[in-house]
Design a protein around this ligand. Structure first.
Ligand code: SF4
Length: 334
């Protein structure tokens, strides 16, 4: 079944926190919350491009901390979706929010209004990293919110970041392991970028913060993938959605940004899988069969995995085979 998210960005206009990396208006490219008519238009526009048969369609209120909005405003947005939910054109609502903006009352209301999935910006499960990043919440906040969300039957998403101030590879791997322990259904991984006009940009300019290189960030995310994938935690995204300001330097000052960051990571995941092949097979020809959904990742970004194998074999071919389960491959040397 194909999954479609209809994204509705609700930027934080009055966020009382100051996470060091955040310039909330820049990230969403907008500094105004959408009104009812605008949200209806966004939904209608997306629905006109989606064939609902055999699809799961969700409206996703992203961009800020949804449950940090006044209760009446939350319901005003959620109400807009109700007619489509009743007609079963839309299957559910997902929201993103902060871990310390969750309570039983809030969750009761969200459930009543058709919210099915809640994604929390956990960012790190190391308290020192949380403190240095100015998150303003504790590990216990994440744990408590995650337990409440799971026990009330929602799909739980725990988003994490890499390369935060005070962070390192081991702490990021520990964060991923804790996300698995907390029984998250999904995750998103965002390497920290240095956005202009943020406290992190000041630290970077003073030389007090060094972002990850693209190579380090993609290598680490490949290791995080190996924690999440076997545990069944679905990775919904790796790397921020590109916006114009990232390309022309208007908003992005430094950091491991790449428009196809997820593809870079998946290339590395597959390179690790197939890099032992030269020792295993001595034939001149090699055919690697993978699930069609993964053939691009297996071949690698800019065919880097094929090029690697071509150092050892005269002929290297990748073939899509729907019978091969995702994550696995079959090697044919004839
Ligand atoms: S990332 Fe932090 S500062 Fe930015 S909107 Fe979210 S909670 Fe507020």
């Amino acid at each position: 079944m194909r999954h479609f998210n209809i994204p509705v960005f609700i930027p934080e206009l009055a966020c009382p926190f100051r996470c060091v990396y955040c310039n909330q208006y820049t990230i969403t490219g907008s500094c105004k919350t959408p009104d009812v008519a605008e949200v209806e238009n966004i939904i209608q526009k997306h629905l006109s491009t989606i064939d609902p048969a055999g699809s799961r369609v969700e409206v996703a209120f992203f961009g800020g901390s949804f449950t940090g909005l006044e209760g009446s405003l939350q319901n005003q947005y959620l109400e807009i979706v109700q007619p489509w939910l009743k007609m079963k054109v839309i299957d559910g609502i997902r929201i993103s929010t902060r871990p310390d903006y969750i309570s039983e009352n809030i969750l009761e209301n969200l459930r009543k209004m058709g919210v099915r999935a809640i994604e929390l910006g956990a960012q790190s499960l190391n308290q020192e990293v949380l403190d240095k990043s100015g998150r303003g919440h504790t590990i216990a906040d994440v744990e408590n919110a995650a337990r409440m969300i799971k026990s009330m039957g929602f799909e739980l998403g725990l988003q994490m970041m890499t390369g935060l101030p005070g962070d390192n590879e081991e702490k990021s791997l520990q964060t991923a392991r804790k996300i698995v322990e907390l029984k998250a259904d999904t995750t998103r991984i965002y390497p920290t970028l240095v956005i202009r006009d943020t406290p992190l940009a000041e630290l970077y300019i003073k030389g007090a913060y060094m972002p990850q290189t693209l190579e380090d960030a993609s290598q680490l995310c490949a290791r995080l993938y190996d924690v999440f994938a076997p545990a069944g935690v679905k990775i919904l995204r790796m790397g921020l959605h590109p916006s114009d300001g990232f390309f022309n330097g208007e908003t992005l000052l430094a950091g491991p940004f790449h428009p196809a960051f997820g593809e870079l990571v998946l290339s590395k995941v597959w390179l690790k899988k197939i890099s032992h092949l030269p020792e295993t097979y001595s034939d001149e020809k090699i055919v690697i069969e993978v699930n069609p959904a993964e053939i691009n990742s297996a071949i690698g970004h800019k065919a880097q995995n094929r090029l690697f194998l071509q150092k050892y074999y005269k002929k290297v071919k990748f073939r899509a085979n729907p019978d091969i389960p995702r994550g696995e491959y079959y090697v044919d040397t004839h």
